[in-house]
Design a protein around this ligand. Structure first.
Ligand SMILES: [Cu+2]
Length: 146
């Protein structure tokens, strides 16, 4: 009888813990940026692509309004689509991430188009990238990988 009551208590208290965990996660005031990588620059080319993951653990829609880096003249947010067998890229002005959602920038999909590189990027280098959101800027570092 005593064992049954203890078991009942343990089961009852579990939901409380998980509610608290969810609350802590949704109250995180800043977007979380998980670094991916950038491709090395090709010989004679001053552009490359970058990849990362942005998690919106806030309770509001998060808007990525721009991306910049000290090593590039310009970074655009690009979407890639397969149209009639050809991969086409198009620029996206700003990018909305719903509350609680995550967005992945990855090869053959959404990417950062890094243009006007001020130096050659080689495997092993790291570049600083600043992500500009509506109310905050998140700095991240992306390693250069093949
Ligand atoms: Cu592109």
């Amino acid at each position: 009888m005593k064992a049954m009551m203890l078991l009942g208590y343990a089961v009852m208290s579990l939901p409380l813990f998980s509610v608290q965990a969810v609350r802590a996660a949704t109250q995180s005031p800043r977007p979380v940026v998980e670094p991916g990588f950038v491709r090395p620059s090709m010989a004679g080319m001053d552009m490359t692509a970058g990849y990362l993951t942005i998690t919106n653990s806030t309770r509001a829609v998060l808007r990525l309004t721009g991306v910049s880096s000290p090593v590039a003249a310009k970074i655009e947010i690009h979407d890639s689509r397969l149209e009639n067998g050809i991969v086409r890229m198009r620029e996206v002005d700003s990018f909305e991430i719903p509350a609680g959602d995550a967005v992945k920038f990855e090869p053959k999909s959404r990417h950062l188009m890094i243009m006007g590189l001020k130096k050659e990027l080689k495997v092993g280098d790291t570049i600083e990238v600043d992500l500009h959101f509506d109310k905050t800027v998140v700095k991240t570092e992306l390693p250069v990988k093949d």
